[in-house]
Design a protein around this ligand. Structure first.
Ligand SMILES: *Cc1c(COP(=O)(O)O)cnc(C)c1O
Length: 403
C-alpha cells in the first residue's frame, strides 16, 4: 500500500517499530486522548480501558483535579533535587503518615526503584539492627513474583525471559513457592533479613493465595525477626477493594511498597513506607534519587490520594468489582479454567492463549492485556460505573462465548 494510503495509526506504528527498541509487544491501538475509563485512538475510535495502565490510573485518565494540581505546581516549581528542601515533600510525608500510620516514608519514582530501596533498607537493617554478619543478608521472595525490571530484581525472578541474557545477578535471594507459609518457615535462617511478597500476584495472573497465608507469613516473620515487605505497587490504593490488599488479613507489613496509582498516572511516584527502626537506617548519602521527592511529584501524589478518598474509589472497587466478578462468572465457555478476582482486579484464566481474545476485545472497543499467556486481566479505572461494566460485559461475553 502506498504511504499516502496508510492510516495515521499505521504510520505511527511503523515509526515506532523502526526507531524504538522492541521490548514490548503492544496491541496495535494508538491512543491520543483519555478521560475517565475511556481512551480514544488517533482515528477517533473510543475504547474502554480495562488495564488502567497496570493500575497506575485507578483514579481514571486525566482526572481533572490531579490535572489542576499538576498545572498549578508546574507553574511554581517542579524540581529542586534533595540538595534543598521543598514545600511539598513534608506535606506528602504528613499525608502518607495520616493515611497509613507508618512512621516514615522514602520517596522514589518508579516502582522498581522503590523495591530496590526496600531491598537496601532491609539489608542495612539486617546488618545494623538484627546483627547479621556483613555480606550475609538473605531476602526470601516467591516464585512467579513480579517486582520490576532492574538487574537485581530480575535476578530473583522465576520467569526465564526476564533473566535470560542479563546475568550475572545480585546474590542473596532465596525463592520459595507463593502461598506456602510452611515453605517460608523452612527457608528462614539466622541471616534472613526480609520476606518480599505481593499479597496477590498480579503479573503472574491475579493469583490469590490461600486465606490466612499473609497472616501466617506475618506471624512467622515476627517470630524470626524477619521484615515482612509487601509490594503493593499494583494491588494497593484501592485496586482490590481495600486501600491495601494486606488489609484483607489485617496484616500491617513492616515495609509497604507503593507506586503506580500513587500519582494517578500523571507522573512516576513511588514510596517505601516503614517504621523508624527500618527507614532510620539510611544516613545522609546512603541512598537517593534526583527526581525522588520532587515538588511536582509530591503535589500530584497528594491530590491523587485525596481524590481516591473523597471519591470513595476504594469502596467503588469493592462493590463494582464484586458485581463485575459475579457477571463474569456466568460466562460459559469450554476455554475458561477459572474467573477470579478481588475488587476491580479480575483474571479470566483460559486453557488457550489469551492474546487472541485481547485482540478480539480490542475490536469490540475494550482494551485489556494478557498476562502470562493464558490470563485476561480486567482492571478498569476505579471510576467505572455499573452501566459501563454492563456495556463491557456484553462485549466480553460475545468474544468469550463465540462459537
Ligand atoms: C509495576 C510493578 C512494579 C514495578 O513498577 P515500575 O514502575 O514499572 O518500575 C513492581 N511491583 C509490582 C507488583 C508491580 O505491579
Amino acid at each position: 500500500m502506498p504511504a499516502a494510503e496508510l492510516t495515521k495509526s499505521q504510520e505511527l506504528i511503523d515509526i515506532e517499530e523502526r526507531y524504538g527498541a522492541h521490548n514490548y509487544k503492544p496491541l496495535d491501538v494508538v491512543i491520543e486522548r483519555g478521560e475517565g475509563v475511556w481512551v480514544y485512538d488517533v482515528e477517533g475510535k473510543k475504547y474502554l480501558d480495562c488495564l488502567a495502565s497496570y493500575s497506575a490510573v485507578n483514579q481514571g485518565h486525566c482526572h481533572p483535579r490531579i490535572l489542576q494540581t499538576l498545572i498549578e505546581q508546574a507553574h511554581r516549581v517542579t524540581l529542586t533535587s534533595r540538595a534543598f528542601r521543598n514545600d511539598q515533600l513534608p506535606l506528602l510525608y504528613q499525608d502518607l503518615h495520616d493515611l497509613t500510620g507508618y512512621d516514615m516514608a522514602l520517596p522514589m519514582n518508579s516502582g522498581a526503584e522503590a523495591v530496590e530501596t526496600a531491598v537496601k533498607a532491609a539489608r542495612k537493617w539486617g546488618y545494623t539492627v538484627k546483627g547479621i554478619p556483613d555480606g550475609q543478608a538473605e531476602i526470601i521472595v516467591c516464585a512467579n513474583n513480579f517486582h520490576g525490571r532492574t538487574t537485581t530484581i530480575v535476578g530473583f525472578s522465576t520467569d526465564e525471559q526476564y533473566r535470560r541474557g542479563f546475568g550475572p545477578f545480585t546474590p542473596g535471594f532465596k525463592v520459595i513457592p507463593f502461598g506456602d507459609a510452611a515453605a517460608l518457615d523452612k527457608a528462614i535462617t539466622p541471616n534472613t533479613c526480609a520476606f518480599l511478597v505481593e499479597p496477590i500476584q498480579g503479573e503472574a495472573g491475579i493469583l490469590i493465595p490461600p486465606d490466612g497465608y499473609l497472616r501466617e507469613a506475618a506471624r512467622i516473620c515476627r517470630a524470626n525477626r524477619v521484615l515482612l515487605m509487601c509490594d503493593e505497587i499494583q494491588s494497593g490504593l484501592g485496586r482490590t477493594g481495600k486501600l491495601f490488599a494486606c488489609m484483607y488479613e489485617h496484616v500491617t507489613p513492616d515495609v509497604l511498597i507503593v507506586g503506580k496509582a500513587l500519582s494517578g498516572g500523571f507522573y512516576p511516584v513511588s514510596a517505601v513506607l516503614a517504621s523508624r527502626e527500618v527507614l532510620g537506617v539510611f544516613q545522609p548519602g546512603d541512598h537517593g534519587s534526583t527526581f525522588g521527592g520532587n515538588p511536582l511529584a509530591c503535589a500530584i501524589a497528594r491530590t491523587a490520594l485525596r481524590v481516591l478518598a473523597e471519591e470513595k474509589m476504594v469502596q467503588r472497587s469493592a462493590e463494582l468489582g464484586a458485581y463485575f466478578l459475579d457477571r463474569l462468572r456466568t460466562l460459559r465457555s469450554p476455554d475458561i479454567v477459572e474467573v477470579r478476582g478481588r475488587g476491580l482486579w479480575i483474571g479470566i484464566e483460559l486453557r488457550t492463549p489469551a492474546r487472541p481474545y485481547c485482540e478480539a476485545l480490542k475490536e469490540q472497543g475494550i482494551l485489556c492485556k494478557e498476562t502470562h499467556d493464558r490470563v485476561i486481566r480486567l482492571a478498569p479505572p476505579l471510576v467505572i460505573t455499573r452501566d459501563e461494566i454492563d456495556w463491557a460485559f456484553v462485549r466480553i461475553r460475545k468474544v468469550i462465548e463465540r462459537p
